[in-house]
Design a protein around this ligand. Structure first.
Ligand code: PHE
Length: 340
C-alpha cells in the first residue's frame, strides 16, 4: 500500500515541478512536499500503519525519495533564480552610446548683460561702482536733490510711496548725495540699479526699469568733460561712432540740464516705429551738478564742480538689439531671452 503511495507521490512531485514557471512556484512546492507538515513527512507518519518488518525498507524508500526531491527542487530553483537575475540585469543594462539629454543652461538676462557691459566700459574709463538702496527715503530721492517739498517736478516722477517718508527710488540719482557724504574728493563713480515709477505700461515705458548713474566731482569739471565722456561711452558701447544730440532740459539737481538723444541706429535717422519717426532716441538725462546738491552733500560749490548723468539701460538694449517692446524684458519668455 505505502509503496504505491511512494511511487504516486514521486510522480506527482515531478509533474508539479515540471509545471513550475518561476522560483517562487518552486519554493511553494518545496514547502508542500518537503516541509515539516509536508507530504513526505505525512508519508513517514503513515509508516506506523505498515507491518513492522516492512518498515525499514519502506523508510529507506521514503528517504531516497526525499533526497531525490530535494536535489531536483534545489536545482530547478537555482535555474529559475539565475534566469530571473539575467532578465533583471538585461533590463538594467545602460547603453552608453545613446545620446544624452541636454541640460538647459540658464544665462544672464539681456538687461543684466547690458548693465555689466556698461559697467565694464565705464570702469575702464576710471569710474568705480557704488550701489544705492532700492527703497529710499524722501530725503535722498528728492529733498537732497533740490526738490523742495512742493516742487512740481516731484509729480513727474509718479512715485510709489511705501510710507510718508519712504518710497521705491524713482531714479539712481538717489545715490548722489549718499556718495558725496561718504567719499573723499574727487568722486568718480557710477551707480547701476533698478528704478520704479507708477507709469502706464506700454511698449516704451514700464513701472520698473534700470539706470546707470554717473557722478564726477572735482575741481574744474566742465560741461565739455561730460559731453566727451558720454560720447566715448556710447562709441564703445555700440562699437561704432554714434551721433549724439543734446536738448536743454530741466532736472532740479543739475544746472544746466539736458537730455541726450542718440541717432536712431534702427533706421539710420530716417524715422521708424522705434524712434517714433523722429530719427532720434532719448537715452540719458545729464547735466552739471547743482550747487545746492553739492551743499547737501557737504561739498563747497565755490571750489568743486561736478557732472552727473542717468543712463536708461532698457533703451540701450532696445536700440542695440532692435527690440520693439520694452515689456519683453520682464515677461521671462525663454524664446525671447534665448536670443541674447
Ligand atoms: N535722474 C534723472 C532721471 O531719472 C536723470 C538724470 C541723472 C538727469 C543725472 C541729470 C543728471 O530722469
Amino acid at each position: 500500500m505505502i509503496e504505491k503511495t511512494i511511487i504516486a507521490l514521486r510522480l506527482e512531485a515531478e509533474k508539479e515541478l515540471a509545471a513550475c514557471t518561476d522560483a517562487s512556484g518552486v519554493e511553494a512546492l518545496k514547502v508542500k512536499f518537503l516541509g515539516k507538515k509536508g507530504r513526505i513527512a505525512g508519508l513517514m507518519m503513515s509508516l506506523k500503519d505498515a507491518p513492522k518488518e516492512e518498515r525499514p525498507a519502506l523508510g529507506m524508500q521514503i528517504n531516497e525519495l526525499k533526497v531525490a526531491l530535494e536535489q531536483q527542487i534545489s536545482s530547478t530553483h537555482l535555474r529559475f533564480e539565475s534566469e530571473e537575475l539575467a532578465c533583471r540585469l538585461a533590463k538594467e543594462v545602460m547603453d552608453v552610446t545613446l545620446p544624452g539629454r541636454r541640460a538647459h543652461l540658464g544665462r544672464e538676462h539681456i538687461i543684466t548683460k547690458t548693465i555689466n557691459e556698461a559697467i565694464d566700459i565705464l570702469v575702464g574709463m576710471g569710474f568705480s561702482v557704488q550701489y544705492g538702496p532700492d527703497i529710499e527715503s524722501d530725503f535722498y530721492n528728492f529733498e537732497a536733490l533740490n526738490f523742495s517739498e512742493d516742487h512740481p517736478a516731484r509729480e513727474m516722477h509718479d512715485t510709489y510711496y511705501i510710507s510718508k517718508q519712504f518710497c521705491l527710488r524713482t531714479h539712481t540719482s538717489n545715490t548722489q548725495v549718499r556718495v558725496m557724504e561718504s567719499s573723499t574728493l574727487p568722486i568718480r563713480i557710477i551707480a547701476p540699479g533698478k528704478c520704479f515709477r507708477n507709469e502706464d505700461v506700454s511698449a516704451r515705458s514700464h513701472v520698473q526699469f534700470n539706470q546707470v548713474e554717473g557722478l564726477y566731482i572735482d575741481e574744474e569739471v566742465t560741461f565739455a568733460d561730460l559731453l566727451q565722456t558720454l560720447q566715448e561711452f556710447f562709441t564703445q558701447f555700440f562699437g561704432q561712432s554714434v551721433q549724439l544730440r543734446h536738448r536743454p532740459s530741466y532736472f532740479p539737481f543739475v544746472e544746466p540740464g539736458m537730455e541726450v538723444d542718440l541717432h536712431c541706429l534702427e533706421c539710420g535717422g530716417k524715422g521708424c516705429s522705434l524712434c517714433k519717426q523722429s530719427g532720434w532716441l532719448e537715452v540719458a538725462g545729464a547735466g552739471m551738478v547743482h550747487p545746492e546738491v553739492l551743499k547737501s552733500g557737504g561739498i563747497d560749490p565755490e571750489v568743486h564742480q561736478g557732472y552727473a548723468w542717468g543712463l536708461g539701460i532698457e533703451r540701450l538694449a532696445l536700440l542695440r538689439s532692435g527690440i520693439k517692446d520694452i515689456r519683453l524684458f520682464l515677461e521671462n519668455d525663454v524664446r525671447f531671452l534665448d536670443q541674447f
